[in-house]
Every structure is written in C-alpha cells, then in structure tokens.
Unconditional design. Structure first.
Length: 587
C-alpha cells in the first residue's frame, strides 16, 4: 500500500465513522416511530396469539389476520412514506459527508503522484502542495476536476425503501415476530441497507478522486515536457472484475483512453453528461466504475515499473515526508478582495465591546451582508463567499427572506469567529422535509446546518421564529428571545466543534476552561441532575438558571457553548457568556 492509498484509507475510516453515527441515530428514530405505530395493534395481536396457543386459531389464519391488520389501509402506507422520507433525508446527509471529503482525497493523489514522478525523473518542478481548500477553489473554475457530486434520486430512493419495508414486514409477520421485535428488525434492516450503500458510494467516490488526482498530476508533468505514461494496476483478489484482471499492466499515453474507454480507474467524468449517452453506454460505465479498486501508476521514461516503490518509504533516497517538507506551503489560491473597505465592526456585538477582547483569532473581515433579491443570488453568495453548499434548496422549500436572514447571521459569525468552512465545521445547509420539530439544528458528523422546511418557506419567518423564541425565553429555557436565537445557537455548536475536535494544546486548554466555567455555573445554580419537567423544584432551578444564562444552556458543555455564543451575538451578553466567548477567541 503506497502513502496515498494509506492516507485515503484513513479518510475513509473517518467517513465510515461519521456515516455510522448518522445511520445509528436514524435507526433509533425509525424504531421509535414504528413502536408508536404498532402500539395500537399490540393488545389485539396478543389476544390472537393466545388463541393460536389454545388451538382456537390456526397459524395460517393468524398470519392472514396479521397481514390484514398491519399491511392494509392508509396507516401503513403513510408510515412507509414517513420512514422513506426519513431515510431519504439521512441518505442526503450521508452523500454530503462523502462529497465533502473528495477535495482532500484528490489532493492526496495529486501530491503523491507528483512526488513519485519528480523523484523518478530527478527534477524539481517548483510544486507546492495541494490541500482541501485549494482544490475547492479550483473546483469553482473547473467543475470537472472531481467526479460529479452524487445526489439522491428521491423517487427511486423512496420506491426502493418502501419496497424493502414491505418485504421485511411480510417476513416478520410470517415468522410470527412480536411487535417490538418487528419494529427493531424493520429499523435495523432498512438502516443497514442504506448505510452499506452509502459506504460503497464513499469507497467508489474516493477511488475516483484519488486516481483523478494522480491523473492530473501526470498531465501537469506531461505538459512540462516530462516523458510520462500511465499504467493500469488491478487489485488481485476474488472480488476483482475479470475485465480489470485482463487490463492489468495496460500502458497508455496521458489523455489516451484505456481499453474499457476510461482515462483512469473509476473515471466518472462522463457521468456528468449521462443524459447524452445511450443506455448501453451508461450501463457500461456503471459496470466499469462502481466498487472498482484499481489504480493508475505513472511511468517515467528510463525507470522500470518495478523500480517504483509503491509503499511508504524512500524513492531514490528521498522519502515522501522529506519531499513534502520542501513543499510544505499549501497551494492556496488568493482570496477575492472586497471592492470597498470592509466593515470592521460588522455585528451588533462588535459595536458593544467585542473589540475589548484580547483575541488572536482573525475574523473573516467581510463587508456587511446586503440582502439579495433572488434565491439564486443568495446561494451564489453562500457558495462563493462563505464556501457553504446548499444541497437541496429551491423555490418550493425556501423563501428568499428566510435565507437572507441565515446568510446575514453566518456572515456576522465569520467576522467574529473566522471562516467556519475553512475550520472544517460548516460545509452545507440542508432543508429537512417530513415531520421535524425543530426550526434549525446542527449535525456535527456532517458539518451541516439543518432547517425545517416549514420554517424556511415562510414569507415572514421572523414573526414565527420570534414567537417560539419569546416563549422559550419567557419560560427561562433560552437565554435570548430574539427571532434569530435558534440560528445563532446552532452556529454556536459549530464554533464549539472547531475547538473540541482539535487536539492541539491551545484548544485542549480551551476545552478544559469551558468545562470548568460550565461546571462552576451549574454549581452556583445548584443543579445536581438536569431534568426537563414541570415539577416545582425544576421550575425553581429554571428561574435561577436564567440569572446566569439559561436552563437549557446548563444541560451540558455543548449546549452551554451554544447558548453563550448565541447570547453574545445577540448583544448585551451577561458575564458568563462574555467569559465563554473570551475563552473561545483566546489565541
């Protein structure tokens, strides 16, 4: 295994961990919904089961009765639609997680292939290392740089999941499973099937990005006059396609297609214009790319293939790590400068004392956000200025008023806490359909802001959001009653993640100091165990908590940071919120 493959495997392990978290949570939620759905049938089902045990009802009649109760009517069809929607949502989030890693995988392939060719040819091409940010900026100029971002076909996804639910349900009925076991089996089976599909997609996309980086590195050196060719290398085991076994060792010029019609293994660029292909051509591409684990090797003239050491180690006396040290300045594209002098104090809080903080963290220094007239303009701003994708936004699920508010709040956060996308904690905004209780939420595994469709469609969202915020604040549950409170709170979670996800000594100390401040506040209020009920003792704690922050903010250190940041960005923060943000902004 070479260094590039090793680094990619580490990234895939991170992807799989995050995908596991998302699908495990989805399984729990689906199981809860199914248990609630089956509750109405439990007593009847138990009575029928007892009749079978007493010999009053045959097993076959019992099965038919269960089918008529559980599979017929609108209730089960509605339940399938709800669960299919939940699975569609988590599949979209999973796809976003995978797509977010591809620039980094591409950079790994490009860097390592350049190292191999430079050391093999004995030349220095003045190369500077690629990183995720550089590739993302290049993508804005050339969308074909990476495999087309995979999206989910909602109709096909729903059809497949509803069919699977029906099949698993029938199996459970025929096996005589109890309602509780049936709910668990349905949740597990559907969750596992969708998760496996997401993980196969992660590996396929990673192989495409890695080989694409290697291919473009060879193309670059070819353009500089280096005599380089490409060789197809298959992975030999029981899962390898016969066609790819036969292709092992094929050599082509850079830019010349291999015998299967691809420029490199898992070359998915042609999928971007699949509508112009014949069905037979499309099917051929699918057969040649999905689950492929082949790689390309760069062959420099005068160096035999076996002389290239495809492992972590030295090539011609220079190790990959030594080579990287000489090129350790990442290849960063210059950021676009604003046409006019940026506003130094771009937030309400900045005007009220943020400048007093002894901070070494640099804000993004963006101009004050100007509301846009169309959804397309706002999406362009989010993508090109803030680096944030808008996965599924359109005129049917998002109003320009609501999205302008979101863009404005994120801009203010950037100006105080720095570029959250570059910190790796905010990649996308996703509109969640179906039955969702929250206005907004933050997904740490996906680095994504989630919004309820119902909340984002409103023409006057501040009125609705403000009503909910005022109720929660008046109750003592939230620290602030501003309509934007929920957005600021969820962005606060992304700020916290940028600290606790890091292992450097500065952020480790910040994490400890935040924990100490939270615990000290909890002790002052007198909370021994955080509970959510309307008992007099809880109401007393809730009232006392509001003197310092909010009751919800004292639940744990995560909610503590989110509430402190939200209060700070709302203006006029109290002492606890000030101290917390001082720790965050400390250099």
């Amino acid at each position: 295994m070479d260094s590039a493959t090793y680094e990619t495997e580490q990234l895939i392990a991170k992807m799989e961990y995050r995908l596991n978290r998302e699908y495990s949570q989805a399984e729990k939620e689906i199981e809860e919904k199914l248990n609630k759905h089956f509750e109405r049938y439990k007593e009847k089902d138990e009575r029928q089961r007892q009749k079978v045990e007493r010999g009053q009802l045959s097993e076959k009649d019992y099965q038919e009765w269960r089918k008529s109760q559980l599979l017929a009517g609108k209730r089960w069809e509605n339940q399938k639609a709800v669960i299919s929607q939940d699975l569609y949502n988590v599949n979209r989030i999973a796809t976003s997680i995978v797509n977010g890693y591809m620039p980094e995988v591409y950079a790994i392939g490009h860097n390592f292939a350049t190292y191999q060719m430079e050391t093999a040819a004995g030349i220095d091409t003045g190369y500077t290392l690629y990183n995720r940010e550089a590739v993302e900026k290049m993508l804005r100029e050339n969308k074909a740089l990476l495999p087309p971002p995979r999206d989910i076909n909602k109709f096909k996804d729903g059809l497949w999941n509803r069919s699977m639910l029906q099949s698993v349900m029938i199996q459970g009925i025929l096996q005589g499973e109890s309602m509780t076991v049936l709910a668990k089996r349905l949740a597990k089976k559907t969750g596992d099937s969708n998760k496996k599909s997401a993980m196969r997609n992660a590996r396929t996309m990673s192989a495409s990005a890695l080989n694409g980086g290697r291919y473009d590195a060879a193309k670059r050196l070819k353009g500089m006059g280096v005599d380089v060719k490409l060789q197809w290398r298959a992975t030999f085991d029981t899962r390898t396609r016969d066609t790819h076994r036969q292709m092992d060792g094929e050599v082509r010029e850079v830019g010349e297609e291999f015998s299967n019609g691809l420029l490199f293994p898992v070359d998915m660029e042609k999928f971007s214009h699949g509508g112009l292909m014949k069905v037979s051509e499309f099917n051929h591409l699918c057969r040649e790319t999905y689950n492929c684990r082949c790689a390309i090797r760069s062959l420099v003239k005068g160096l035999e293939p076996q002389a290239i050491k495809y492992r972590v180690g030295e090539v011609k006396g220079l190790s990959y790590e030594e080579w990287k040290k000489g090129r350790n300045k990442p290849r960063m594209m210059p950021k676009a400068q604003p046409k006019h002098k940026p506003a130094v104090k771009a937030t309400t809080q900045a005007k009220q004392g943020a400048e007093k903080l002894t901070s070494k963290i640099q804000g993004a220094n963006l101009p004050k956000y100007t509301p846009k007239n169309t959804l397309s303009e706002i999406r362009d701003y989010l993508q090109n200025t803030l680096g944030i994708g808008t996965l599924n936004m359109n005129d049917t699920n998002t109003s320009t008023v609501a999205l302008n508010i979101v863009a404005d709040e994120i801009t203010k956060f950037y100006n105080v806490f720095g570029n959250l996308h570059d910190k790796g904690v905010l990649n996308d905004i996703f509109i969640r359909e179906g039955r969702v209780s929250y206005v907004a939420a933050y997904s740490p595994p996906a680095n994504m802001l989630l919004f309820r469709k119902k909340s984002m469609k409103l023409k006057n969202p501040l009125k609705s959001w403000g009503k909910e915020a005022a109720e929660q604040h008046g109750y003592g549950f939230w620290s602030n009653g501003a309509p934007e409170q929920t957005i600021r709170h969820e962005l606060g979670h992304s700020i916290h993640k940028s600290i606790y996800d890091s292992l450097d000594s500065i952020n480790l100390q910040k994490t400890k100091d935040i924990e100490d401040l939270w615990q000290d506040t909890v002790n002052k209020v007198g909370i021994t165990k955080w509970v959510n009920n309307d008992k007099p003792e809880t109401m007393a704690l809730l009232k006392k908590s509001s003197q310092y922050l909010s009751y919800y903010g004292l639940k744990d250190s995560h909610e503590f940071v989110a509430e402190c940041v939200a209060e700070y960005m709302g203006g006029n923060p109290r002492e606890v919120a000030k101290k917390c943000v001082e720790i965050i902004l400390r250099g």
